[in-house]
Design a protein around this ligand. Sequence first.
Ligand SMILES: Cc1cc2nc3c(=O)[nH]c(=O)nc-3n(C[C@H](O)[C@H](O)[C@H](O)COP(=O)(O)O)c2cc1C
Ligand SMILES: [Mn+2]
Length: 485
Amino acid sequence: MSNSYEDLRDWLVQVEAIGELAHPHGADWNLEIGAVSEVDYRRRGPALLFDHIKDHEPGFRVLTSSTNSARRLGLALRMGTEHTDATLVEALRGSPNRWAAAAKDFPPVEVKTGPVFENVMEGDAVDLMRFPSPFWHAMDGGRYIGTGTAVATIDPEDHWVNLGAYRSMLVDRNHVTMNIVSGKHGFTHIDKWMAREGRAPIALHIGMDPLFMILAGVEVPTGISELNYAGAVRGEPVKVVRSTLTGLPIIASAEIVLEGWIHKGDKTAEGPFGEWPGYYVSGTTQESFFKVERVLYRNNPILLGAPPAKPPHDYSYMRTIMKSAMIFDALVAAGIPEVRGVYAPECGGGRMLVIVAIRQRYPGHARQAGFIASQCREAAYMGKYTIVVDEDIDVTNLEEVLWAVCTRTDPATSIDFIRRAWASKAEPMLRKGEPAFNSRAVIDACKPYEWIDEFPKVAQADPVYLREIEKKWGDLFTVRPRSQG
Ligand SMILES: Cc1cc2nc3c(=O)[nH]c(=O)nc-3n(C[C@H](O)[C@H](O)[C@H](O)COP(=O)(O)O)c2cc1C
Ligand SMILES: [Mn+2]
């Protein structure tokens, strides 16, 4: 039951039913929504559905912290509400490869209309100020209407539709920016359109089933439409309406969609913005913007807010869980045997630190796993450290991983570097104006393969024996408060 639902509102009903939805009323769009959300992320609190937002019509709502728990993320991925962090990672293993393979069987179905057409603002009537776009962080350059987005673009040659999560700042009542890092699918699509026609069509979804934000926000393989991929995740095709304005598919049950064309050379000041590595890195730059020619929105629309910042932030949990599963599958697809665990912790934004556990089978196995985990499509962008450990190490336990680094490496020989890799202006170590390259370290923290049998034995009691001891001496380990007086 709980896995089959159509839109954001159905999802919210279920989130409410498991007690993970709160309804703050009366918050200010100016910093307060952002700060309330930030406290919530640190406490791993419920999803927040803001209503009666200062200066805005009641019913024009903002949702944050949508995917910040195993139960909410599991629900968004149609995997039920009963997951814990560990069971979700376990259950996801193998799923990305299955979804990618099944995507071709789930092309979106075109319908004539949908709830998103309940309200239409067109031409001069477009007024984006009606939507309660938060001013998220104190040093941001403006109000960001688009954070948890799914930006639809189409390849003008191969005709596949991409959904990417790319941020969008409000410029004025009918203009918004579009900030896409080069190399992302949406960037390449727009680039091709500019070369052919000097303009590129955009359908910017800023409120919808969080599944689309999740898939738009992680590296689904090149050439596979996230619309198809979402169909594979849901087990039924996504309903879309073909836009009469741009020809792009609009998700029929979306909450809010902004449509228009980006024109060649149109640039405006964008940023700064609190970014996912945890800094205002890129400052103010000249980015694309477009005139919003049409806005589609449901009655009582919900804006999907997903602002990054110093982790944990709105989507760091989602990124960690998804990346871990996708990199795991990429290693398997690349033919790496005996992969036992992959984890991309929130401290690195799910990108800058990737930990891989393998059971070593042959000389060179560990470095092979490390280099591919560093450079596969799912991990290439903004990676930094890849650590390969043996299978006895719990990849989700940073203390244990760093114990392996401390005790199973020789710094001078265990670390390899890759130079001039794919970075972005979100890299805090790049000084202004430097090109978007960074270097990578692959840390081989596995026991040396050639003398693995001679390697010192781990000094710890047999786990089976330890479990017996815990049973026998169970009471001993509970700390009791001292009795008063
Ligand atoms: C909430 C959220 C916001 C994001 N903002 C941006 C952004 O502003 N620009 C960007 O290039 N990538 C951004 N990303 C990362 C991309 O969405 C991600 O790299 C994704 O794989 C892009 O889709 P693509 O692989 O189809 O290009 C964001 C991701 C999330 C989840
Ligand atoms: Mn894509």
